[in-house]
Design a protein around this ligand. Structure first.
Ligand code: FES
Length: 263
């Protein structure tokens, strides 16, 4: 399980990467505990809610003690976060969730597939895999709506990148699975994050090419801390403790072995 504490972090910088997509960097000791696929809770300062907003970690620097958070403005909480400027302090809770099992990449052909706001947490994963050198090969497929292919220039540093866009302005016209097929991408292990329909497609593609898939369902989280039960997903096996086929994405995930889920 991940360690978890509430702490005040200092905003180092914030900029816009694309329409409604923000890139926030925070100085915090929590960076020392971060791993790819994990997330933090950010507390809105207006106190309209006691619960934090879960937002995935895009990158971390354990030496500099910084976290990078790339998020979409999608409500009053994230609209408030977008106003933060360097020097501001923000309360955060972390490090939360179970991230990607990077050890499964050892000696394997790895394919990283992301879509929409599921793209950012995969950048930290790609960097980690490139730096630890354990994967035999790294391919990546990122899906976007249009030519605003945020973070794609950074993904290119870590392996072969393919892009799919809904409007066909960059790369394959269509979705990430269309791009996988068009480029006949093979893999032993797939790591993925994005909307549910995309993840179902990823799980099916993994079966087709006989790969193992580990998918992050973080898009379905609400409170992120086990309090709202809004993130229940169906599992194939019965939980030993609760005797039901349920898991909580925020505490049991957000990353799961796709074979263990009813998608
Ligand atoms: Fe609220 Fe999981 S997101 S319980």
């Amino acid at each position: 399980m991940s360690k978890k504490k509430k702490i005040s972090a200092e905003v180092i910088s914030q900029s816009s990467l694309a329409e409604g997509i923000m890139d926030l960097r925070l100085k915090t000791d929590l960076a020392e505990d971060a791993g790819p696929g994990q997330f933090i809770g950010i507390y809105p300062s207006n106190r309209s809610t006691l619960l934090p907003r879960p937002i995935s970690i895009c990158g971390y620097d354990k030496t500099e003690k910084t976290l990078r958070i790339v998020y979409r403005i999608a409500g009053s909480g994230t609209a408030e976060f977008a106003l933060y400027r360097p020097g501001d302090c923000v309360d955060i809770l972390g490090i939360l969730g179970n991230g990607f099992p990077v050890d499964k990449a050892s000696g394997k052909k790895v394919l990283i597939i992301g879509g929409g706001i599921g793209v950012p947490p995969l950048l930290g994963l790609a960097k980690e895999l490139k730096e630890n050198g354990c994967a035999a090969e790294i391919s990546m497929v990122m899906g976007y709506r249009n030519s605003e292919t945020f973070l794609s220039d950074e993904f290119e540093k870590y392996g072969k990148l393919y892009i799919a866009t809904e409007d066909g302005s960059v790369g394959t016209k269509g979705n990430v699975i269309d791009a996988c097929r068009e480029n006949k991408i093979e893999a032993d292990v797939i790591f993925s994050c994005g909307p549910m329909p995309m993840l179902r497609g990823v799980a099916a593609y993994a079966k087709e090419i006989s790969a193992k898939a580990y998918i992050s369902l973080e898009e379905r989280m609400a409170c992120g801390v086990g309090a709202c039960l809004g993130c229940i997903c169906k599992t194939k096996n019965v939980d030993d403790h609760s005797h039901v086929n349920n898991a909580r994405i925020c505490t049991d995930g957000p990353v799961f072995d796709a074979d263990e889920l009813e998608l």
